[in-house]
Design a protein around this ligand. Structure first.
Ligand code: NBG
Length: 808
């Protein structure tokens, strides 16, 4: 453990100096926000010192550098995390207490930068954490959006989106690196010249913007390695402030260039899967790719000159989903146009350096861009893609049987569009999915033609999560109970959590497991009360579904279960249930009407159920607004049932399933994504598994004879009543009825098989719910889940990437 302060006194001395330098006030005079800002700056300063040591050390050792390109990094708050990773959390907390301040209160003042939508962005952040922990010279490359994902407010049950101004108070972790700014060109046209008997290409007439990097330190657990996340902001390349226009009172037009340039990094697109075609998004993608490539090549030149032939021995470029798909063509452009390499040479370097992860099989989420738009915005990149595509086409043996189909499915340019997934695959030496089942689906369906051609390029890397952030930091009570039993080695090596298994027989220990859960539930209840006014009972089961709202994730199935229980409890005296609080949280893309209606339905059901004295002691429905990393850290530790109920085959992996498992929740889930691996590790008897499997869903689709109406007609008592309540007024007092949801299920024939899985789902829920009555048995299963969750540490995932993809 590297320690940055010898003792409390040293910390206090340094801290006082920073408060003074930063605020001009003494510590006693400074307000809480100033105190937070100064503390973060102090820690960031130390982190940066170590970062430069880490960098020098990796230069000296010729370590391979890994660049993780991702358009999203959902890093969460950093102060608490970095104190923990530096091993000084207790020291700082005590020192602050001596000074009359409270560390937790200061941590709460940190903005939670919402630079991502959901699982994909948070995965990237966990990977940074683990790369630093594993001592890999690994750097994030992303976007610095001025407004992160919108803030969600709930008004009359509806989601309202509000701009998230996370930068307005200043962000103490970042430093602006003006010296490393890069000019990025859009538009213009390609000109060709002859130079030394060779065609040379360049773009003329492009309009340029300046990409300015901001660096955020990434502190690895143990504090030995500190890496960097570099995020790019767009600014005008030249100041074109038009004084005359300004003096005429046309203020907006006077500074129009600035506004146009800054628009590129103004917002994060709020859709996690699907909907493309916005020009600004394409600009974002090219900006962070081109700036990132330029910056990593600059470092490379400083270290190795123009020894391009060895680039892939010293650099790995990983593309997180298709948003950075232009890494391949952009690197080609630099090697060809700026460094003068021949195509074949450059192509070999590119394909040995670039690798790719796919995160979804939803067809609407596979990015495609109209060729017109694309070629106008990025003429040279487009030209290179055309050449890649031409050579790809040439590589097919037209005498071979079935070549046409392979070609049709793998071509980059098709039907007037640029297919980014195919571009990513063709430019990469490795293609991976994010859970076993997902990789199998990629190989057998979505990317099957590529798999047939180059099976060796495919591999699986099941996702992981940081045990530091999601267990140690989020759940300090449970973490210290665990450490009291098995020591703290699990923080370094999460597989050590297995050493908890013998404690399953220790009744006193199991009681403590239950006690920490209860404390976490009380903590969440206080948060909910403060945020929403709703009172929830920590003595009830906390049943939790927290994630983006999407049809395939089937929050609708969950709320159907709640409606069914409500109806049975109010009509059938034989219905029994342990008191349960159904907790939902998550955002819906602003343009995704169905998902937003499901949010409104949940809030409308909550409005009725929570006010009904007949069921009030037994069930409550709680929607927690504005799901984000910081409140997720309160929710996971309080959960007892983890709802992972996607239609089998749809959820690539899921990661909240892992976070909840690690915090001792039992999975109520389908055999989908990484749920399958959870069951393999922890045993089916320790979870609640239900529903159609992927092959069964497939068979149903192949037969094509599923009729939602049949199910409804066969079951008027329950399903019929649930569906009827959508439109009969029962839940409509708050803000109207739910015809569109009913139509999706009945007229659109239930595309996500909600009705089909309904009964097995409710049965599995009731089984778990009744099991809870025996708390000793329940706590034993909870502990078993934690004990078996170590494999889901992102450290394990990252070691696999390192050994099998990056060779770092
Ligand atoms: C999401 C998947 C999740 C998966 C995360 C991280 C996208 C495009 N995909 O199942 O839906 O856990 O990626 O891999 O956001």
């Amino acid at each position: 453990m590297t320690t940055i302060f010898q003792d409390k006194e040293q910390f206090i001395d340094e801290y006082r100096l920073v408060v003074k330098a930063f605020t001009g006030k003494s510590f006693e005079e400074a307000g809480a926000t100033d105190r937070y800002q100064a503390l973060a700056r102090l820690i960031a300063g130390h982190a940066r010192d170590i970062a430069s040591e880490s960098f020098t050390e990796s230069s000296r050792k010729h370590k391979k550098r890994v660049y993780y390109f991702s358009i999203e990094f959902l890093i969460g708050r950093l102060l608490d995390n970095y104190l923990l990773n530096f091993g000084i959390r207790d020291l700082v907390a005590e020192a602050l207490a001596d000074m009359g301040a409270d560390l937790d209160e200061l941590c709460e003042l940190e903005p939670d930068p919402a630079l991502g939508n959901g699982g994909l962005g948070r995965l990237a952040a966990c990977f940074l954490d683990s790369m630093a922990h594993e001592g890999i010279a690994g750097y994030g490359n992303g976007m610095r959006y001025r407004y992160g994902l919108f803030k969600q407010e709930i008004v009359n049950g509806r989601q309202h989106e509000v701009a998230d101004e996370w930068l307005s108070g200043g962000y103490p972790w970042e430093v602006r690196r003006q010296d490393r700014a890069v000019r990025i060109g859009f538009g213009g046209h390609v000109v060709t010249r002859e130079k030394n008997g060779r065609q040379v290409y360049s773009v003329e007439g492009a309009s340029e913007v300046l990409a300015v990097p901001y660096d955020i330190p990434v502190v690895g657990f143990g504090g030995k390695t500190v890496n960097k996340l570099r995020v790019w902001s767009a600014e005008p390349a030249e100041e074109h402030f038009d004084l005359e226009t300004f003096n005429h009172g046309d203020y907006a037009r006077a500074d129009a260039d600035r506004a146009n340039a800054e628009a590129i990094s103004a917002i994060l697109y709020p859709n996690d899967q699907g909907e493309h075609g916005r020009l600004l998004r394409l600009k974002q993608e090219y900006l962070f790719v081109a700036a990132g490539i330029s910056s990593l090549l600059r470092t490379y030149r400083e270290e190795y000159g123009s020894d391009w032939a060895h680039l892939s021995d010293r650099v790995a470029i990983h593309t997180n989903d298709t948003h950075p798909a232009m890494c391949g063509p952009e690197l080609m452009r630099v090697l060809l146009d700026e460094e003068g390499l021949e195509w074949d040479e450059a192509w070999e370097i590119v394909t040995k350096t670039v690798s790719f992860t796919n995160h979804t099989i939803l067809p609407e989420a596979l990015e495609r861009w109209p060729i017109d738009t694309f070629s106008r915005l990025l003429p040279r990149i487009y030209q290179i893609i055309e050449e890649i595509n031409r050579r790809w086409a040439e590589s097919f043996d037209t005498a071979a049987e079935g070549w046409q189909e392979h070609f049709r499915n793998t071509a980059i340019l098709w039907d007037g569009e640029v297919r980014m997934a195919n571009l990513s695959v063709i430019c990469s030496h490795s293609i991976n999915g994010v859970a076993k089942l997902h990789t199998e689906i990629l190989e057998s369906t979505v990317l099957r033609d590529f798999y047939a051609l180059t099976p060796k390029k495919f591999n699986n890397k099941t996702n992981g999560i940081s045990p530091r952030r999601f267990l140690a930091e989020a759940n300090p009570g449970y973490a210290s109970l665990i450490s009291s039993a098995i020591g703290t080695g699990w923080l370094d090596d999460a597989s050590e959590l297995e050493r908890l298994l013998p404690f399953k027989q220790d009744a006193a220990f199991l009681e403590k497991v239950g006690a920490t859960k209860l404390e976490n539930k009380a903590r969440l209840a206080r948060y909910v009360k403060r945020e929403t006014g709703l009172v929830i009972d920590p003595a009830s089961i906390f049943d939790v579904q927290v994630k983006r709202f999407h049809a395939y994730k089937r929050q609708l199935l969950n709320v159907f279960k709640v409606i069914d229980l409500y109806q049975r409890l109010t009509t059938d005296p034989n219905t029994t249930i342990e008191p349960t609080t159904f907790i939902f949280s998550g955002k819906a893309a602003s343009s995704y009407t169905f998902a937003k209606e499901v949010i409104r339905l949940i809030n409308s059901v909550a409005d009725v159920v929570n006010k009904d004295p007949r069921v009030n002691e037994l069930i409550k429905v709680c929607f927690i607004p504005n799901f984000r990393v910081s409140n997720a850290q309160l929710i996971y530790p309080a959960a007892e049932i983890s709802e992972q109920i996607s239609t089998a085959g749809k959820e690539a992996s899921g990661t909240s399933n892992m976070k909840l498992m690690m915090n001792g929740a039992l999975t109520l889930g389908t055999l989908d994504g990484a749920n399958i691996e959870i069951v393999d590790l922890a045993g089916r008897e320790n979870e609640g598994i239900f529903g159609l499997t992927k092959p069964e869903v497939q068979e149903l689709k192949d037969k094509g004879n599923y009729l939602a109406w049949d199910l409804l007609n066969d079951d008027p008592e329950r399903l019929g009543r649930v569906v009827g309540s959508l439109t009969d007024g029962t839940f409509s007092k708050l803000s109207g009825g739910f015809e569109s949801i009913r139509n999706e299920v009945m007229i659109n024939n239930d595309p996500d098989l909600v009705l089909l899985d309904f009964h097995s789902y409710v049965d599995a829920f009731e089984k778990l719910n009744h099991d809870w009555a025996n708390r000793t048995l329940w706590n034993r299963r909870a502990l078993h889940n934690t004990a078996m969750s170590g494999w889901f540490s992102s450290d394990r995932t990252i070691r696999e990437y390192r050994d099998e993809i990056w060779g770092a």
